[in-house]
Design a binder for this molecule. Sequence first.
Ligand SMILES: [Zn+2]
Ligand SMILES: [Zn+2]
Length: 462
Amino acid sequence: MRWQDEYPVLDDQPTSALLRRSTLYNLEPIGLGTGARESLTSYAERLADAHCISPRMLADVPAAGQIARVKFNRGAALRARWFVTGASTSLEWAQILGRLTGRLGLEALTLAPLAAVINDRNLTSRRRRWCPQCLREAATSHALYTQLLWDIDCVTACPFHDITLSAECSCKLTRDPRRRVKWSPGHCSCCGQLLCETLPTREAHLRQVRLARVVQALLADPRFDQGGWNASNDHSGTFLKSAAIRHFQGKSAQLARALGLSKSALHGWMKGNHRPALALLVGVADRTGCSVADILDGRADDTHLPGGRIVRPRRKTSLRVMRAQRETMTQQLASILCDPVPVALLHVARQLEVNCDYLRDRYPEQSAAIVSRFKAYQTGRIAAKKAAFSAALRTRAEQLVAQDVWPTSQRLLSGLEPPDRYAKLHAEVKYVLAETRRRMESARSTGLLHRTTGLHQIALEP
Ligand SMILES: [Zn+2]
Ligand SMILES: [Zn+2]
């Protein structure tokens, strides 16, 4: 027990929480959790500004390391398009800046949360753009910063002020290497003036604003700050199937036409074979009246029939077909339909020196008949090949049993020619292998294995 007049010992001092030491200031990013979030480029610029240095010198601190210094290339990295795309390089810079500042989660200032579910081709704009009104408000309320939204290529307007984003300062000066203007956020890199004072203000089209609002809602989604979406929770394929069922009686070809996509592109997207561009996701969300998060979550309950302008109109080549050729085309199509060997519509179009769109538009019934015949023919061919392979596999299994050779997948498949889509038959091969082994084991254990007779009756039916 300690008396009141005694001095406190060291352990009695109240513990004070100290922030971890960091090389650069622990600057807080602006606008996290909102659609007006700061970009990583802007964060780096503000960080340099807070230390009263040029962003060119940011990687010159010893803790950044030699490799980072070389890659930063005196600020050239900051001006590159990929700095905020969310690919491996922008993740690397988010980690380097996070290490230098002690600030975690700087990936949320890039498009990394979406990287697993979208295609990063043409994702970010070639030139930096700004909204003068947003810059003006930022200058009066807090520090000048630039938004991640402005770096996204498909965003051309400000969703808050309904004006277009501008890339050109009214000074219209070209960069002069002899004139070194201070590089600071929200200032023109040519004349050094505040961009909010020099950028023109132009009213945006309603559609531009709508698309910008869709992207802004996506950036404001709470999941954007919680690591984002990964490939396993991307249910956009489910969304497309549900939308096709809801609006087109399950006909995906009609959905593809309504969205301005080719059937193969839609099919690839549904199957998850390729990732869509953000512009496409935003366009689909806008045309069906939902959000991009709804598409990624596979929720198509609140969508409406795709309306308005097509996202990416499919180009149809106009054909000039001579009258004489047109007159004989019906007969030629009829003879093709009578031919015992069905052919694909593309093959027919090449044979008649037209294209598939022309045939579908002018001869819809014949085209549909050609397609269905060829599809049935192909299905039959594949089934026959599969049956032949399956029979050969079982015969080979019988041979191994008769020779008392322990079956392995290599022995089972030796001498057989697997079909092209072997992966689909893999389960059957495994089943035959397991069944053969089981029967051989039981025959060996009971001592009833005969090399020549008795085992040919082994039923290996699945
Ligand atoms: Zn604005
Ligand atoms: Zn300027």
